[in-house]
Structure formats: structure tokens, C-alpha cells
Write a protein that binds this ligand. Sequence first.
Ligand SMILES: *[C@@H]1O[C@H](CO)[C@@H](O)[C@H](O)[C@H]1NC(C)=O
Ligand SMILES: *[C@@H]1O[C@H](CO)[C@@H](O)[C@H](O)[C@H]1NC(C)=O
Length: 353
Amino acid sequence: MKRSLRPLFLLLLIIILFAAMLTSSDILRHGTPSIDLESRVPIRHLPPPQINVTLLRHAAVEIGEESISHEIQNLLNFRHWLHFQNLLQNWFRKRRFQPGIMSELTRSIKLPIDSHNNNNKLQTNSKNKYSSCAVVGNSGILLNRDYGSEIDSHEFVIRLNNARVDHFETKVGKKTSISFMNSNILHLCARRGGCFCHPYGDRVPIVTYICQAMHFMDYTVCNASHKAPLLVTDPRFDVLCARIVKYYSLKRFVEESGKGLEKWGEAHDGSLFHYSSGMQAVMLALGICDRVSMFGFGKSTSAKHHYHTNQKAEHQLHDYEAEYAFYRDLVDGKRPIPFLEDRFKVLPVVMYQ
Ligand SMILES: *[C@@H]1O[C@H](CO)[C@@H](O)[C@H](O)[C@H]1NC(C)=O
Ligand SMILES: *[C@@H]1O[C@H](CO)[C@@H](O)[C@H](O)[C@H]1NC(C)=O
């Protein structure tokens, strides 16, 4: 290469390099035109997404619509308000510990039921207790035996929380003297037309305990349309039952966990803790019957939780083990029972398993 050409060659080289740098940075900034084309073209040609008309129509149906409007109609029914307030106030005033309430159950529960069953003619013997009562729990263990006729042979049969008897007659019998329930069940009934709450027929009296004060609303609505007595348990009776179960629950907690009593509340959801319907039904039977038989209480690994549902888990707000301990004391004739007065004679109970 000639000496005079060298600077020119260098200059050319610099220009080429510079041009190459510009091109590559341009590509980096904008991407290659071919990639750009590929990513845009298919989207521009997609059909708009279809809305499925069948799904639209079904989604527009409000499942709870009928029961919600029914509930609101009930609440708007103004004539019930005053009555609701009075009932709630009286109930709240009476709410205290008074074990003597056990001796008043024949008057407050048995008397109105007897007078209903005898077409309102007052019975001279309504101070007497029923000779025999069967309390039918809802445990799946009932399906293991045929206790139907044994249960029906009792003078008075108490069933719990509207568990149905249809198709289970050989196992659980068909006679029902009262339907005992917690007020959650009554609340469900109140959402139905005419407060339908009668799997045993509308002549069967209902006894309910109030587990939420608002349920007095359901009570006032339902009592107005109910043909048979609809009775609310005395709050003093509720307090008594709550104390007995708590006693057994505390005892079990300390013995089994080794922890202090003050830890019990955490283990049992303190304020939500509640006796079960079955427990209070047994207490009611102790008050109005001379002889009490229990059916369908207890559990077994081979049995369902309820004979009539597929519910799996037990409610955490109950301490069934504590209640079983209480029943065992009743069956064994172990006395005294905590919180019950000495003058109230607790007769032995028979448990069928
Ligand atoms: C709409 O959805 C329903 C239910 O999934 C389905 O049976 C039906 O074939 C769908 N209709 C159309 C047009 O895709
Ligand atoms: C419930 O209804 C019955 C019958 O109508 C009535 O006699 C009774 O007083 C009512 N009870 C309450 C607490 O409202």
C-alpha cells in the first residue's frame, strides 16, 4: 500500500465501523421487523370471545332470592316488633342461675303440651311426670340396631333438631311427642313459607332453646302460625345446662391436658362454647319423666356422625366427650350431679347403644 493512501484507508475503515455500530443499536432498540410482524398478525385475526348465553342465563338466577324476600317480608311485618322486644326483654331479665327451675319444667313445658294433646281440656294429672321417655339422639350408631319399636313403646318420645324418621322407622321409630331443637333450626324454618318446621307433622309441639337472641324474631314469626305449642326453654334452664356441661368440660380439660383452668377458654372457643341440643333434651326429660331412656347418643369409628345426614365433622363449639361423661354419671347413678339441688331426685337413666 502506498504511503499516501494510508490515511484515506483509515478514514474509510472508521466510517464503516461507525455505520455498523449505528445499525446494530437500531436493531437493539426496535427489534427486527420480522419478529414484530409475527407477534401482531395472528391477534388481529382472532374472532372476538363468545359469551356463552346458557351460562349467562344461569348466572343471573339468584338462588336465595325467594327466601331472602321472604325473610325481609317477615322483618317488615311491623306488628311483630313490639312483641319481639317484650319477649327478648323478659327472657333477658330471667337469665340467671336458679337450679330450682328443674322442678318447674312440668308446669312450663309438660302442662301446655298436655293441654294441647287433650284439646285444651286441663288435665288433673299434669303435675305427674310421664311414666317413660325416650330421648332420641341423632348419632349414626342408631343404624347398627333396630330400636324403632323399643323407642315407640315409651309414653313420650323426644326427637332432636328435626332429624327425619321417614325411611328410618325400624331404626329410630316413628312416634314423636316433641321436637326439640336449637333456634338455628327454627331460623331455617322461618325462612320457609308458613314457617314450615314439621317433618313429624304440624300437630307436634316444638321446644326450642335460643342460641342467638335475634332468633326471637323467628320465634315471634313462627309462633303466630304454629298450630301446636311452640315453647322456648326458660333461660334459667339454659344457664343450668350450660354450667353442668362446663363443669364436666373443665374437669376433662384439666385431667387430660394437665394445663391450668384458665387455658380452657382458648381450647374451647370460650364465648362460643355451648351445650348440645341432646344434652338439654336429656335434662328436660329428667324434669318431666319418671324413667329416661337414651338412644342414638355416642359415636363409633364404624358409624356415621348423624344417622340421617353425611355430615363428617363434629361441631367444635360442643364438648361431646364432656357430655358423655355427664351421661355416664347419670347412667351409673353417681350423685350428686354438679349444680343440681339435692331435693331434686335424679332417677337413673338407661343408655341404649
Ligand atoms: C355453553 O355452556 C354450556 C355449559 O357448559 C355448554 O353445555 C354449551 O355447549 C355452551 N354453549 C356454547 C355455544 O358453547
Ligand atoms: C304463641 O302463640 C300462642 C297461640 O297463638 C299464644 O297463646 C302464646 O301466647 C304465644 N306465645 C308467645 C310467647 O307469644
